[in-house]
Design a protein around this ligand. Structure first.
Ligand code: ADP
Length: 242
């Protein structure tokens, strides 16, 4: 993303949620986005994923298919298709469809894109997330951790350019959270999947390759191979200087 500014509202009451942000996210890596409440994390994620358009600046999502196409140049229809096929999302609240089985939830993005699920590929993804044997269940018959595994399988199934995860462990107990983070790590390491995760949890950030810290709508720091202690101390400092 290059010189991205996102303002909400107009005139003197406008809020600058992102302030001239230029940054890159390494392909094939696991990146955490952190920062105090109101620092612009959600806005960053939404702009990076094409869910929201910046007020100014450009967002590019690399990869050969797109040829580095600027998201700002896509019309709404193209943007919807792009999101559906090239981006995966994982949310805190799982966002599964309750009336669909596990299998139907996972294959939904493929069906929306008008492609037939490939049985072998589907079974590969289900095995990778540890859900083999649960294909016929409904979300209400699964634990929170299992539901998040379904959401991750659904995100992986289109082999997207990037998976964006918004507090994916926010609704889970610490042990289950750890399993989900290990799974995201595995997607990066084994499947070379790029993952970008917003989190407020230093322990979660420890699973990533790098942390981008936001404060006041700007990227103010970047830590590689983060430890929880390191992340905690940067967060404490950012809260103090806010
Ligand atoms: P974070 O995810 O780090 O808490 P956000 O990206 O949600 O931060 O918000 C950044 C700033 O933009 C905050 O000041 C917030 O109040 C403001 N903001 C976010 N969304 C809206 C909106 N839809 N309308 C007006 N202001 C918003």
């Amino acid at each position: 993303m290059t010189q991205v500014t996102k303002k909400y509202g107009r005139g003197p009451s406008a809020v600058v949620a992102l302030d001239d942000v230029s940054t890159g996210i390494p392909a094939g890596g696991f990146t955490a986005v952190m920062g105090p409440s109101g620092s612009g994390k959600s806005t960053f994620l939404h702009c990076a994923a094409g869910l929201d358009r910046p007020t100014s600046g450009t967002v590019q999502l690399g990869g050969q298919d797109l040829g580095g196409q600027d998201l700002g140049e896509l019309d709404e229809k193209q943007l919807t298709r792009f999101r559906r096929t090239r981006i995966g999302f994982v949310f805190q609240a799982f966002n599964l469809l309750p009336s669909l089985t596990v299998e139907q939830n996972v294959t939904l993005p493929l069906r929306l894109a008008g492609t037939q699920p490939d049985r072998d590929a589907l079974h590969g993804v289900m095995a990778a997330v540890g859900l083999t044997g649960l294909l016929g269940r409904r979300p209400s018959q699964l634990s929170g951790g299992q539901q998040q595994r379904v959401a991750i399988a659904r995100a992986l199934v289109t082999r997207p350019e990037v998976i964006f995860a918004d507090e994916p462990t926010g609704a889970l107990d610490p042990d289950t959270a750890d399993e989900i983070l290990a799974l995201l790590r595995q997607a990066v390491t084994d499947l070379h999947q790029t993952v970008v995760m917003v989190t407020h949890d230093p322990v979660a950030a420890q699973h990533t390759d790098q942390v981008l810290f936001l404060a006041g709508g700007r990227v103010v720091s970047r830590v590689d191979s983060p430890s929880a202690a390191e992340v905690k101390s940067v967060m404490t400092e950012l809260r103090r200087t806010r």
